[in-house]
Structures are given as C-alpha cells and as structure tokens.
Ligand binder design. Structure first.
Ligand SMILES: Nc1nc2c(ncn2[C@@H]2O[C@H](COP(=O)(O)OP(=O)(O)OP(=O)(O)O)[C@@H](O)[C@H]2O)c(=O)[nH]1
Ligand SMILES: [Mg+2]
Length: 435
C-alpha cells in the first residue's frame, strides 16, 4: 500500500518538578530555601527529509513521546532538560490537527521544520517564593505538563506535471512514453492503484533542445464521475495533483463521447478545488492512431478552442505528437531555477501554540460536581502539589484572582461539593468568613 495518510499521537515531555528544600549547614540553625527548578520537557519537532517518499515509517508506530525534564534538587541544583524528539517526514507532508482539522504546518522544502508539541516548563523551586515576609516557603511548582496532540499527516506528492483523466485514457502509457518510468498498463480501467512518478527530459539525443530542466510527472489513478465526492479510487489521489504546476488532462479520443469524458473531469476538478482549473492546463487528445479518434478530433479541437483551452492530439502508443507535447509542456513550466525549488505550499507554514487565555467555563457534571475548564487554570492545577498546604493556598488565591471562586459561588457551590479542574479533583471548603 502506498501510505499517504496517517494519524499519529505526539506528546512532549513534562517539565520536572521544582524542589522545596532548605539549606542544611552546621552553623546555620535554620537554612533558607535552596530548592532547584525542574528542567524543561523535550519538545516534538517535525522536519523534512529528502530521502523519504512515503509515510511508511508511521505504518506501525503511532505514538511518539519526548522525554521529561529532571526534578530540581537541593542546593539549587536544576533538573536536566528533557531531550527533544525529531520526526522526519517526506517533502510534501501537510500536518493537521486531527481534532480540529486545522492545518498546522505544510512541510514542502527539505530542512523545513515545525514544532508540534512544546515541552512543559520546569516547576520553580522554593527559592523563587522567598519574600521579605516569607523566609521559608514550602511551596514549589510541579513541572508543567507537555503538550500532546493527535496529528494527521497527509502526503501530497510534489510533481511538476500531473496527469489526470478517466480510467483507461492512457495516462500511464503517456508517462511511460515521456519518461523512463515503467508503470503498469492494461486495457482495463483502474489499472493504476498508486501514483507513479517519472522524470522527463526536455532535451533528448534525437531532439536536442538544450533545455536542461527535468520536470517530474505524476500519473495518478483514473478519476471517475463523482470522484470529488469520494467515488472511485481517484478521489484519494486528487490531492496529489493540487501541488503540480501544470495539469495534463488526458482524454481517450476513441471513446464513445470524448466531449463528455472531457467535461466529467473538468467538473470533478472544479468540485474538488476550483483553483485546479486556474493552473496551466493542456488537454491531450490521445489514441489518435485509432480511426474513431481521428474522426472525432476536428470537432473536439474546435470545441476546445472555442472554450479557450489548449489542446494537442497524440498517440501515446505510436509516439505521434509527442515532440509537440514536450514543447508545449516546456512552455508552460517555469524556468529552471524555480523548477528546482518546491512549489508554493498550499497554505502558509503556520504553527499556533495556543495562547494561554485567562478564560474559563464552569459546568455542572452528571454527578453534581463542578467542572472548571480553562487553559490557564488547568495548567496551574496540574502544577500544584496539593499536599503542601502552602501550595494549595496559592492555588486558592489563583481561583479567586481569575474570578473562578465568584463564579462557583454564583452557581451555588457549597462546602463538600466537588470541583474538577483537568485531572485534579478538589473538595470545596467553607471559607473562614462563611463558617
Ligand atoms: N490504440 C491506443 N491505445 C492506447 C494508447 N494509449 C493507451 N492505450 C491503451 O489504453 C489502455 C489503457 O492505458 P493506460 O495507460 O493503462 O490507461 P490509464 O489512463 O493509465 O488507466 P488507469 O490507470 O486505469 O486510470 C491500454 O490498453 C493501453 O495500451 C494509444 O495512444 N493508442
Ligand atoms: Mg494508469
């Protein structure tokens, strides 16, 4: 199987916990706080590797985790940083957030990288919480949890020229005629099940044009009516032609109604993405060696010209018209310098690390517990060691500061009620002034 779509799960390392320790020295009866900070967790990065052409590496392994940061220790010793994890991908991989469908990064150029999960910050040791009025803080932060997310990787082949057409139109035959590629060819539809790539020489010994560009051509499975809506095999491969610079639309000239065949493909391209019809496109009327095709050619050509489309007639099998086809492709392609660089990404390379907003929402769950949701408060909860009273108090103050306290009271919370924040569960206690 040609693996061009896969879902993986990435988890950055958690930050190490900060330490809450105190100096121990013979001559100092009660030393000050000396707890070191936790190290940061490793992040997960993706990078493009020219050597890869498929997502095969991800076939069996779907979980990837960077290492966590070390704990802080006494004597202000900081925990070691977790190691980053770098996953390599083939050029042309779009990275989407599997839950939202948002495009996180469009990795086209070799060496391009994106960070997809940020390691958690290390927790601060208790030395940071010493103030003039509070000389011996027992509070230290736990490490921040690392990001985790489910990613969808979609590979879109990067080729200069894409061949599209109905099954059996002769796409694979044409690829074989123009390049050294040897795809499977047969006189039944749906012969091509996976995209084939070939490299075309614009200058050959028998036709020395001096053109040194070597465009790549992608032959994809045939499209059928309804392909854009998911019908047939070609649908999954439509996205591979999104990136090509030039489209060759192959029509079987000997078909019962070449005109109809032509319209079906245009409609499918349009339905998949109207931008596809904006690309430089050449209609290739194939199988001219057959009498039916020779008969249909004049009317077909007139219709294309009337529609303002470029058209050329060939016989992929006999080689008729291929020199002209080569020349037309050469005209449509950009210059050599640009051909060497990957085509423009479909989207900008974006990677959004969610902003830590102060926003929150309160819901009552089925068992009557109050569920507080909010990026910041969930993080703070995860970084709090509730066994240390001082840390729990700080957390309490944070709830008040963010207005969560007020909201919970407004919702009628009372002593003994449960409050859930992330994976933390707390029991609401009566405040001194409420008792
Ligand atoms: N007579 C004639 N037959 C051709 C020509 N080009 C292709 N064929 C035949 O048409 C049939 C289909 O050719 P393919 O190249 O496999 O067609 P395809 O478009 O790749 O088909 P799918 O992979 O199914 O989408 C084969 O039997 C070819 O030999 C041509 O120029 N003349
Ligand atoms: Mg084929």
């Amino acid at each position: 199987m040609f693996l061009d779509r896969v879902t993986i799960f990435v988890k950055a390392g958690d930050g190490g916990d900060g330490a809450a320790t105190f100096r121990r020295e013979a001559h100092v009866p009660r030393g000050g706080p000396d707890g070191g900070d936790g190290g940061r967790g490793g992040s997960v990065h993706l990078t493009v590797d020219a050597g890869q052409t498929t997502l095969r590496d991800f076939r069996f392994k779907h979980h990837f985790k960077a290492s966590s940061g070390g704990r802080g220790e006494r004597a202000r010793r900081h925990g070691a940083a977790g190691e980053d994890l770098v996953l390599t991908l083939p050029p042309g991989t779009a990275v989407l957030d599997d839950d939202t469908g948002e495009l996180l990064a469009d990795l086209v150029a070799v060496g391009q990288t994106a960070m997809v999960a940020r390691g958690g910050r290390g927790g601060l040791g208790n030395t940071h919480f010493k103030t003039s009025t509070h000389q011996a803080p027992r509070h230290a932060q736990k490490g921040e949890p690392g990001d985790e997310r489910r990613l969808r990787l979609e590979l879109r082949l990067i080729a200069d020229v894409g061949l599209v057409g109905l099954p059996n139109a002769g796409k694979s035959t044409l690829l074989a005629a123009l390049t050294a590629a040897r795809p499977k060819i047969a006189d039944y539809p749906f012969t091509t099940l996976e995209p084939n790539l070939g490299v075309m020489e614009l200058s050959s010994p028998d036709d020395p044009t001096g053109d040194e560009r070597r465009p790549t051509i992608a032959d994809v499975p045939g499209l059928i009516e309804g392909a854009s809506g998911g019908a047939g095999l070609g649908h999954a491969f439509l996205r591979h032609v999104e990136r090509t610079r030039v489209l060759l639309h192959i029509v079987d000239g000997s078909a019962r109604d070449p005109e109809w065949d032509h319209d079906v493909i245009r409609d499918e391209l349009q339905a998949h993405d109207p931008a596809l019809l904006e690309k430089p496109m050449l209609v290739v009327f194939n199988k001219l060696d057959r009498p039916a095709a020779a008969d249909a050619w004049p009317a077909f050509r007139a219709a294309r010209q009337a529609a303002g489309e470029d058209v050329v007639a060939i016989s992929a099998i006999e080689g008729t018209g291929l020199a002209e086809l080569r020349a037309r492709i050469a005209d449509l392609l950009p210059g050599a310098a640009e051909l060497g660089s990957p085509p423009e990404p479909a989207g900008v390379v974006v990677h959004r690390i969610e902003a830590m907003g102060d926003g929150f929402a309160v819901d009552v769950e089925a068992d009557g517990a109050y569920r507080v949701r909010g990026k910041r408060i969930e993080r703070i909860a995860a970084q709090t060691n509730f066994e240390i009273e001082e840390s729990a108090d700080r957390f309490q103050r944070e709830l008040a500061r963010l207005g969560i306290d007020d909201e919970l009271r407004r919702r009628g919370i009372g002593p003994g009620d449960l409050v859930r924040i992330g994976s933390t569960e707390l029991e609401w206690e009566a405040q001194p002034w409420e008792a």
